[in-house]
Ligand binder design. Structure first.
Ligand code: ADP
Length: 691
């Protein structure tokens, strides 16, 4: 019978097809001893026993102790685990790479590769799961989306919430929903037919706050131990308790890390980082890689160029010493953002350089705007960064700030929910039937005025009705993995009188990736790029330019990569754009906003079509509009804030009556990014229709 099996996917599920191919087995056996050496294996019995007894477990342990990869495997064969296990991750990269790793460790295929795959992942615009997936890594946003469709999460036996210390808004929502679910509260009229097991994992969580949050039954472990000698009392209490919480702490491996602070503060920390990299490289013994914490793509690219230039300069000296043996001295330098704080494990690091800052989302409720600001990190983040130097051997951590700079840092990073725009969060709650958002179980309750601002914004978008319940439009928006603003743009474009959905999908896809156009450093290259992109640039602004770029790329049949190089466009970004575009089109078809097979008119957009596209943008981004002042500056219509067109915009330096833009960037001053020129009376029209 085995002979007939072959690789026929359709048959793979039958009894005779379960054999694992040798190469996967070999890999699995090779990895097993490494897994067993991870600190978390000392706790395997404790973890299993805790979850047998209680439904909730709060598990803390340093990065690299094996939480994300091992815990789901520990749970897999437990008696209660008859269905799937979900593990959430704040970032898609982590979800994908963890799924690959765990599949390897289990000797399984991954995702949609084979129907036999036991491990899969689901991230925005990419779902790789199969019928036999038992362990599923997903981003927090995807779990929330699943919760909308199935409020009691009937396909899961357990949900593992990883990296809770990052405290994204989505994690806080998930925790609130899970709290109700574990307590057996009915969800949209439904109840679970078996208990849900919940594991909360993190590197540095405030354990007690989490335990208290899940255990409001009035009988925590503390009370129980107090009544230890009264067995009857203990039994009674134990019976009364419905959702008791266990705790587990995994000791990590940590070698001593020597700390070096700056003697006096510096503004130019990129320069300081450069010097330190080469100082460490020359003076310190090998091996030992350097991990540098920076703020974002801009500083990473800037420092990368400096390091490369400097290293090249060194190579030029080699010919002089041509008869000497070549000094082989290489060291890896990893330039990262705070992603490397806890979420990815980078082996080989012995030196950490910490700039002490990170980009954080900040909602400025006075302006009603959300923006990314470079801010000092918290002490707990600084300690995490330092820890990365001592994972494998004693290490060193260079802080690009002073000791008193450290002393002034806040203890913990403020949870995102206390400093971000809450409209997406509220829309998610409303769509899931939570009408009274002010009384939702928040781990940290956001300020009332932030909640009210968000409610108002949703009302303006017509996502909520006058009475605050979710509207038809709101329900549609909530089904898209987009901000409510972008979701509103999409829904507007589907209206018959607008009739430009495919165009708007192209633009939103391009806005969903980091940068379609390559960032160029020198003036010369910048000019060269402008020349090459001339045929793509549109005087209406960035949105139409992105539309034309996506259309031209999509039309290109022969060599898309060469097309990108010719136009100084990022091929990688465009591949992502095409993927998002495909998914958004599919979702629009499922929601019947788009007829299957509907074709895009690829002709250069007419004036009529352009106007419609921009009207859709305005419908969502009406809060992000500004008008030209007599002195040539721009001021926002809502709040009279001074704003300048970002140098990366095709409208940079141009003077137009009014603009609509996607985001505010603050670097020294307020910049508008993703800008289109509009007429002032179009803006007034939209404002009138709202008020
Ligand atoms: P934690 O969740 O506690 O940070 P992980 O389970 O992510 O720990 O990692 C445990 C170990 O597994 C790491 O130290 C690393 O050696 C290995 N590992 C994890 N993810 C990967 C991966 N994607 N590729 C290779 N090795 C990995």
């Amino acid at each position: 019978d085995n002979k007939s099996s072959g690789r026929n996917g359709k048959l793979a599920n039958t009894k005779h097809q379960q054999s694992i191919p040798p190469h996967l087995l070999r890999k699995r056996d090779e990895l097993l001893p490494k897994r067993k050496a991870l600190p978390i294996w000392l706790k395997v019995d404790e973890i299993k026993a805790s979850l047998k007894k209680n439904n909730v477990l709060v598990l803390t342990g340093e990065t690299g102790s094996g939480k994300s990869t091992q815990v789901p495997q520990f749970l897999l064969n437990e008696k209660w685990c008859t269905r799937c296990i979900a593990i959430t991750q704040p970032r898609r990269v982590a979800a994908i790479s963890l799924a690959r790793r765990v599949a390897e460790e289990m000797g399984s295929y991954m995702g949609s590769q084979s129907p036999m795959a036991k491990v899969g992942y689901s991230v925005r615009f990419d779902n790789a799961t199969g019928p036999n997936t038992k362990i599923k890594f997903l981003t927090e946003g995807m779990l929330l989306q699943e919760m909308l469709r199935d409020p009691v999460m009937s396909q899961y036996s357990a949900v593992v919430v990883d990296e809770v210390h990052e405290r994204s808004v989505n994690v806080d929502l998930i925790l609130g929903f899970l709290k109700n679910l574990v307590a057996g509260v009915e969800q949209s009229g439904k109840k679970r037919d078996q208990p849900l097991k919940v594991v909360i994992m993190s590197a540095t969580a405030d354990v007690e706050a989490l335990v208290d949050f899940f255990d409001d039954s009035g009988a925590s472990e503390k009370t129980l131990s107090a009544s230890n000698d009264d067995a009857d009392m203990k039994d009674a209490l134990e019976q009364a308790v419905t959702s008791r919480v266990s705790k587990c702490f995994v000791e990590g491996r940590q070698f001593p890390v020597e700390m070096i602070h700056l003697p006096s503060p510096t503004q130019d920390w990129v320069e300081s980082a450069l010097k330190l990299i080469f100082q460490i490289h020359y003076k310190e013994p090998l091996p030992g890689d350097i991990l540098v914490f920076l703020t974002g793509q801009d500083t990473i690219e800037g420092l990368e160029k400096l390091v490369n230039d400097y290293a090249e300069g060194m190579d030029n000296e080699v010919p002089k010493r041509i008869f000497e043996p070549t000094p082989v001295r290489t060291r890896k330098v990893i330039l990262a953002t705070n992603i490397a704080e806890t979420s990815v494990t980078v082996p080989g690091v012995r030196y950490v350089i910490d700039c002490g800052k990170s980009k954080t989302k900040q909602f400025r409720s006075r302006l009603g705007l959300e923006s990314l600001l470079v801010k000092p990190i918290s002490k707990s983040a600084a300690i995490q960064r330092k820890g990365r130097a001592g994972r494998e051997a004693p290490g060193q951590c260079y802080r690009l700030y002073t000791e008193s700079g450290y002393a002034e840092m806040e203890e913990r990073t403020t949870p995102e929910i206390l400093r971000c725009d809450l409209s997406q969060a509220i829309l998610t709650m409303k769509a899931r039937g939570v009408n009274d958002v002010l009384n939702f179980p928040f781990l940290d309750r956001p300020p009332r005025d932030a909640l009210e601002k968000a409610l108002l914004h949703l009302l303006h978008l017509q996502a909520l009705t006058e009475t605050g319940t979710i509207s038809e439009i709101g329900l549609k928006i909530a089904k898209f993995p987009l901000t409510p603003t972008l979701g509103r743009v999409l829904v507007e474009a589907a209206k018959p009188e607008r009739d430009c959905l495919l165009d708007v999908i192209d633009i939103i896809s391009a806005l969903s990736v980091e940068n379609v156009f390559l960032n160029l450093v020198t003036e010369e290259r910048k000019e060269e790029a402008s020349e090459a992109r001339r045929e793509l640039y549109r005087r209406e602004g960035d949105h139409m330019t992105l539309l034309v770029t996506v259309q031209r790329y999509a039309e290109e049949q022969s060599d898309r990569k060469a097309w990108c190089i010719r136009h100084f466009v990022s091929h990688r970004a465009m591949q992502n754009v095409m993927n998002v575009r495909k998914q958004l089109r599919q979702q629009c078809q499922q929601l019947k906003l788009l007829a299957p097979g509907e074709e895009q008119d690829m002709k250069a957009p007419s004036e009529e079509r352009t106007k419609n596209v921009l009207a859709c943008m305005l419908r969502g981004f009406v809060a992000n509009t500004a008008r030209l002042m007599p002195d040539g500056s721009y001021k926002t219509l809502n709040g009279n804030q001074l704003v300048a067109i970002h140098p990366g915009s095709v409208l940079f330096g141009k003077k137009v009556e009014a603009i609509v833009f996607n985001e505010f960037v603050f670097t020294g001053k307020a910049w508008a990014r993703g800008v289109s020129a509009v007429q002032l009376d179009w803006v007034s029209e939209v404002i009138d229709s709202i008020l």
